[in-house]
Design a binder for this molecule. Sequence first.
Ligand SMILES: [Mg+2]
Length: 303
Amino acid sequence: MSPRHILELSVEEQRAFSDSFDMVVSDCDGVLWLLDGWIPGTGEAINALKSAGKSIKFVSNNSFRSDEQYMEKFAHIGAEQVQHDDIVHPVKTMVRYLKKHMPNQRVFSLMSLEANETLRKNGIEYESLEVNEHLTCAKMLDCLLIEKPCEAVLFDIHLDMSYVQLCKAIYHLQLNHACKLIAGGTDVIMPLTKDLNVPGFYFLLEHIQRFTKREPIYLGKPSPLLGDNLKEMFHIDEPSRCIFVGDMLVQDIQFGKSLGFQSLLVLSGSQTKEDMLAAEPEAQPDYYADSLADFIQLLKNIE
Ligand SMILES: [Mg+2]
């Protein structure tokens, strides 16, 4: 059956839909706000869902924002009582993974300054490479010198990623055959504005893979490992009582469905109704809405 718009359900169906889930797990960019702007009513929708007794958690593929910067955005949209632990993004999942599977191991970070700050705060020993001068081959050789091997290379969306940083990450992986490649945000497309999509970081990760023959451990959406983590962190015992809300068919809808969640695509972000209808039936969401803000109306309709 084709996905149904939540406001085109009858009032009885809207009530049954609302009664069918206890937890909303929502993407952030494209759902709550845009990279370059805001989406009206999303904070109010979060508050209304909470007032209706729903628990709401947030899962983003963007760690180029610190938790504090996430909190500022939640405050801006007027979402009340959002806690740090309600938000999951790749570097936090990486910290969890490292503490559990590789405690006290040194890592090389190909991640943003904000993500590195999260590593530091969590006591992860990491190496990163910052080069702010013109590079000659001689200087580059200096930069590639490895004093201490690393046990993992952490890869994530990193707007300042440079050629020499990529080379050093590859060199770490080549030098230590046990060194793991751990990947966070690896989207194929990064929508900067409604009209401007730039290539995502997936292709840079592919570059590392090509030269190292290393298979990454994926910890961003839609990774099954992240799914297991979420179920554990948010104490999800009954996945069918959760609904995943997102603006991307692969990272959000496919991910939510793989976890056994219900799924809802919002059209406020990257993908259009035409994209949704053009997808294979199994890749389509259960429901769709213009925006998360449609929940305000839905909850009023069933009062
Ligand atoms: Mg999104």
